[in-house]
Write a protein that binds this ligand. Structure first.
Ligand SMILES: Nc1nc2c(c(=O)[nH]1)N[C@H]1C(S)=C(S)[C@@H](COP(=O)(O)O)O[C@H]1N2
Ligand SMILES: [Mo]
Length: 440
């Protein structure tokens, strides 16, 4: 049973209206949580805070800090063939998967987030005859139907591949940035079947001059203007040649659902989801970085050297976001879960992933980061699949706790405490998440 929403309005309102003053009242000038303030914070949460002495100065408990706690419960949407998802926008249609629905090793279609930049196109009358073109800086342009792509002329491979929106976690940036305010749920790991883009590039013969790709899809621009692309991104040829970059014809053993790109989609795992073109019609090989919709400026780009959060910037000195940063989700306990009095242990489980890298470890803390316990982390079934983590932590008493969970990748990069490298459109945020738990 969720307890978030139960805290006294006054403290929540105070924080909403004037966070600096509330912090000063609660924490005092030197940033140490005072005895009386700790008690009133506990009262607001409806419980004692057994590890309150470890609560970092100025840190607002997750139960009060996160939007669900301050009255704007997320709007849910029930789309055809989908579990209830968090509505991010109707036009274009965008919906996020609640974190607790990300438990599956292979994400079922009904639990996949939806991200569109334009309109969802009509379902093709004859999917087998959908045409795909590979041209540009190649010796022999290819034109193939979906039927031909699936005929065995090129090997068909099946892989579990994580697909994450470049803006996943955007809502954790401060100050707020433009775009869908995703929590942690703009990610999936489905099982994709298709032809390697590499095999098609080899068949076409990339010229010496071919260094980048540009991707095109059949979805109409929101305005309906046929001259404009909803989105058309591209990448360095190296990623196009990765053995896991697929021109996919099936998802989870079925034809791809329309909303996820039927009948043909590019899957570029570990890099921003926008490189996984849905309703794929064309890959253009280029001698320079692609300049389609969603390229350049501050689009899918992050500062090379940090900029002042909230400052204006046109993206000069930025680089394209490529491999996504390490992140984890907790899938068996929602933020705001209330557990029976006397609960002294928590089983935890979730998934973790790290773009092109693998996850080396996941740690959890229930004492505001004072001690961390290593969880068990399974190896990925294949490269670019997410990894299951699980473990058990113990609690000393009833009260208010937070489960903090943090993944570390194969290069030693860890999720930071707050979303770092602020950028105007909010990409690459991967801060540690906190789930508030009330025992008793
Ligand atoms: N044709 C087309 N492909 C697209 C998009 C789009 O709007 N049009 N959105 C991209 C973005 S930004 C993301 S994050 C993923 C989302 O994939 P999904 O909706 O299947 O989860 O698709 C990508 N491919
Ligand atoms: Mo995205």
């Amino acid at each position: 049973m969720p307890f978030i929403g139960r805290p006294e309005r006054s403290l929540r309102e105070l924080y909403q209206d004037d966070p600096e003053r509330s912090d000063a009242l609660l924490w005092g000038r030197r940033g140490a949580l005072k005895g009386a303030a700790l008690a009133s914070l506990g009262a607001a949460l409806g419980a004692a805070i057994p590890f309150g002495r470890h609560l970092p100065a100025g840190l607002l408990p997750a139960a009060l800090a996160q939007p669900a706690a301050v009255g704007d419960a997320p709007r849910m949407v029930k789309l055809e063939g989908k579990a209830p998802l968090i509505l991010q926008g109707e036009r274009p249609l965008n919906a996020e998967t609640p974190e607790t629905l990300l438990d599956d090793d292979v994400t079922p279609a009904e639990r996949m987030f939806v991200r569109n930049n334009g309109q969802v196109p009509e379902a093709p009358a004859d999917p087998q005859r959908w045409r795909f073109r590979l041209d540009g800086e190649v010796n022999t342009p290819l034109e193939l139907t979906v039927g031909e792509l699936g005929s065995g002329r090129f090997p068909l491979v099946t892989r579990r591949l994580q697909l994450e929106c470049g803006g996943n976690g955007r809502s954790f940036f401060s100050p707020e940035t433009r775009g869908n305010q995703w929590g942690n749920g703009a990610v999936s790991c489905a099982e994709w079947t298709g032809v390697r883009l590499r095999d098609l590039l080899q068949a076409a013969g990339v010229k010496e001059s071919g260094k980048f790709t540009g991707h095109f899809g059949a979805d109409p621009h929101l305005s309906g203007d046929p001259e404009r692309q909803a989105i058309s991104r591209g990448m360095r040829l190296e990623k196009a040649l990765d053995e896991d970059t697929l021109v996919a014809i099936r998802m989870n053993g079925q034809p791809i659902p329309l909303i996820h790109g039927a009948p043909l989609r590019l899957v570029t795992p570990g890099w921003p989801g926008s490189l996984s073109q849905k309703w794929l019609t064309r890959v253009l090989v280029r001698d320079r970085p692609h300049d389609g919709q969603g390229m350049g400026g501050t689009s899918y780009r992050v500062p090379v050297a940090p900029i002042v959060p909230g400052s204006r910037n046109d993206g000069s000195g930025f680089r394209d976001l490529e491999s996504m940063p390490v992140r984890s989700v907790l899938t068996n306990l929602a933020n705001g879960t209330r557990l029976p009095a006397g609960t002294r242990g928590l089983d935890l489980r979730g998934q973790a992933w790290a773009g092109d890298r693998t996850v080396r470890a996941v740690h959890a803390s229930v004492d505001f980061g004072t001690t961390w316990q290593e969880m068990r982390t399974d190896g990925p079934p294949n490269r670019h699949a997410w990894q299951r983590w699980s473990g058990r932590v113990s609690l000393p008493s009833d009260g208010y706790f937070e489960v903090w969970y943090r993944a570390t990748d194969s290069d030693g990069m860890m999720q930071p405490h707050v979303a770092a490298n602020w950028n105007p459109q909010g990409y690459g945020s991967n801060a540690i998440s906190r789930a508030a738990i009330l025992v008793g």
